[in-house]
Design a protein around this ligand. Structure first.
Ligand SMILES: NC(=O)c1ccc[n+]([C@@H]2O[C@H](COP(=O)([O-])OP(=O)(O)OC[C@H]3O[C@@H](n4cnc5c(N)ncnc54)[C@H](O)[C@@H]3O)[C@@H](O)[C@H]2O)c1
Length: 267
């Protein structure tokens, strides 16, 4: 039976009692997601290849009264991902949500792109997601429930001259999401991805600060967006909370734009 929010009692936090692992959670969108998941009642494993960053985020969550575990791992390494997921399962006795967020972005025109950069981008952005899913799915299938979310990008469906390889990995995540939703829906597992436009993370702010006129550069980028601004990390984090929660109980196989209308506009 469907229960309407607030009906017959006090409102529950959206992820109360859930166990989540978020990759690349040491900064930016992953950091915001980890804090928002914890605020909504989830125990959060903060995985990052930057050990100090992961520990900082986990400590901050614990200091605000949440439950968190820092994991130092590179998502592109099979053994590290298997161990990370097993560690979370052993510690909390469940594995409910995987958020595939870690990625690298190496810019360059395709004909000048180094093979090593191509391989690294594929290894982190695509193989890393494959490995996370590969090791999380058997646990979720045993539980007969679970949620897998991946952070794709508007560049998974649209072009950028300097980000063809990055965009190719993001497009691949959309395809992976759809096939996994079909394959694992019968096991009670929902699979979705989100496609953000620009988000005001340290990386994007740095890009603006490096421009000859940062304010002019900001105005130009913001001007591309129908909402005339870029996203705050917390807005992306809240979308991930929504998709992870029972509020999204019938949403699977979707790629959801979190782009202030950017991809809706042609003229
Ligand atoms: N910032 C944006 O404007 C934007 C827009 C669209 C999509 N995205 C996507 O959102 C996600 C997060 O982006 P962000 O801007 O917060 O990135 P970021 O670069 O600020 O943070 C990424 C985090 O991932 C970690 N990381 C990198 N490689 C790793 C690896 N191999 N193993 C484990 N951790 C690793 C980094 O240490 C870092 O803490 C990415 O998937 C990115 O492609 C970002």
């Amino acid at each position: 039976m469907m229960i309407y929010e607030g009906e017959g009692g006090i409102l529950k936090r959206k992820l109360e009692g859930q166990v989540a692992l978020i990759t690349g959670a040491g900064q930016g969108i992953g950091d915001a997601a980890a804090r928002q998941f914890a605020a909504e009642g989830a125990a959060v494993a903060v995985l990052d290849s930057n050990r100090d960053a992961a520990e900082r985020v986990a400590e901050r969550i614990r200091q605000s009264g949440g439950e968190s575990l820092a994991i130092h791992a590179d998502v592109s390494r099979s053994e590290a991902m298997r161990e990370a997921i097993d560690q979370v399962h052993a510690r909390y006795g469940a594995f409910d949500v995987l958020v595939n967020n870690a990625a690298v972005q190496i810019m360059g025109l395709l004909h000048e792109y180094e093979e090593a950069d191509f391989s690294r981008t594929i290894d982190v952005n695509l193989k890393g997601v494959f490995l996370g899913c590969k090791y999380a799915l058997p646990l979720m299938m045993r539980q007969k429930r679970g949620v897998i979310l991946s952070v794709s990008s508007v560049l998974g469906v649209a072009g950028d001259p300097d980000l063809a390889v990055y965009g190719a990995t993001k497009g691949a995540l959309i395809a992976l999401t759809k096939s996994m939703a079909v394959a694992y829906g019968p096991h009670g597992i929902r699979v979705n991805c989100i496609c953000p436009g620009d988000v005001r993370t340290p990386m994007v702010e740095q890009f603006f600060e490096f421009q000859p006129d940062p304010e002019q550069a900001r105005r130009q980028v913001y001007g591309h967006y129908p909402l005339r601004r870029i996203a705050e990390p917390v807005e992306v984090a809240k979308t991930l909370v929504f998709l992870a929660s029972d509020d999204a109980s019938f949403i699977s196989g979707s790629h959801l734009f979190v782009d202030g209308g950017l991809t809706a506009e042609v003229y």
